[in-house]
Write a protein that binds this ligand. Structure first.
Ligand SMILES: Nc1ncnc2c1ncn2[C@@H]1O[C@H](COP(=O)(O)OP(=O)(O)OP(=O)(O)O)[C@@H](O)[C@H]1O
Length: 205
């Protein structure tokens, strides 16, 4: 069954600033979609519209997915260890035995299986980012929205973490919509790249 996410003829304005005019886009399920474009073009706004945390003025969204959103910062809870940070978001929805399986499997995919009991302040920045990714993939949503999840990493670390991200993605059934302004990063992700500046020009023709 086609369960793609569709935005149809969306208009969005902030005060007098037109961000989107008659803008349409479709995201096929189970793929990695990369929203690419310069700062200020409306990438985060688009993600927020899909997440329904931002209103729009006209148009329609068709989305039958359960959604989770990963922000730029890792947002780990400092008083919980690595395992507990992931368990925290699953506690009320998945039983103990199943969540243990999910958490351990995802932490293994990001090579943190030997760091389960460390606290965030005992982890490097890269390790913290890996925990945040493992947590995002552990949550049972079918659509994962990610705003610049690899921002601030040097190229070597970025490549390593993108490879962990791809391992998590392959073992999941998720659809990913990810925002970046970095074309090198976009290419490393092996997904479908949407140049938002070009799409915006087409939509206003
Ligand atoms: N809440 C808001 N109120 C008014 N204007 C806003 C608001 N949020 C965003 N904007 C404006 O909308 C435009 C698009 O912002 P958005 O954050 O979506 O861009 P972006 O492409 O994600 O940029 P960046 O890569 O810098 O994060 C910008 O001009 C911004 O100033």
């Amino acid at each position: 069954m086609n369960n793609s996410i569709k935005l149809i003829s969306i208009d969005k304005k902030y005060n007098n600033e037109i961000i989107f005019k008659n803008f349409s886009i479709e995201f096929e399920e189970n793929k990695i979609h990369i929203i690419f474009g310069p700062s200020g073009i409306g990438k985060t706004t688009l993600l927020n519209i899909i997440a329904q945390i931002e209103d729009f003025d006209k148009g329609k969204i068709i989305n039958n997915h359960t959604v989770s959103y990963v922000f730029q910062e890792d947002r780990l809870l400092p008083w919980l260890n690595v395992y507990e940070n992931i368990e925290f978001v699953l506690k009320s929805i998945i039983n103990k035995k199943n969540r243990e399986k999910i958490i351990k499997n995802n932490l293994k995919l990001v090579k943190l299986e030997n760091h389960l009991y460390k606290f965030p302040n005992e982890l490097s920045g890269g390790m913290q980012r890996r925990v945040a990714l493992a947590r995002a993939f552990s949550y049972p949503s079918s659509l994962l929205l990610m705003d610049e999840p690899f921002k601030g990493l040097d190229l070597k670390l970025k490549k390593e973490i993108i490879s962990d991200f791809l391992n998590l993605y392959k073992s999941s059934n998720k659809t990913i919509i990810l925002v970046t302004h970095d074309i090198k990063e976009a290419k490393l992700l092996n997904g479908i790249i949407y140049d938002i500046s070009k799409l915006k020009k087409i939509s206003t023709l």
